[in-house]
Design a protein around this ligand. Sequence first.
Ligand SMILES: [Zn+2]
Length: 101
Amino acid sequence: MAKKLRQKKKLSKHERWLRTYLQIRDKDPNVKCPICGKSDIGFQHVGNIETRIGTIFIWCWSCMNGTTLGRVSIPLEIKMIPLELPEAEFRKYVPDIKLDF
Ligand SMILES: [Zn+2]
């Protein structure tokens, strides 16, 4: 009975965004927005250039919902921006998204 209930439970928003992150990380070409379902996902890694540890901002260009996941390791081939970037510069890379945790 308990098992059945657990299976029926919908994923939380955080879990759905986490799955989106894993799809991005695994270069899944079919990554879709967990909110509206469109294949219009953007992302940007922000962090420490030396340690390549940082935060990933993920958003949807269609509904402008998005999230951030911290303490991710940023692969060398992925373009990242430093944390210290002034806000005006930062906005060139990350749009003003509705953070949806
Ligand atoms: Zn969306």
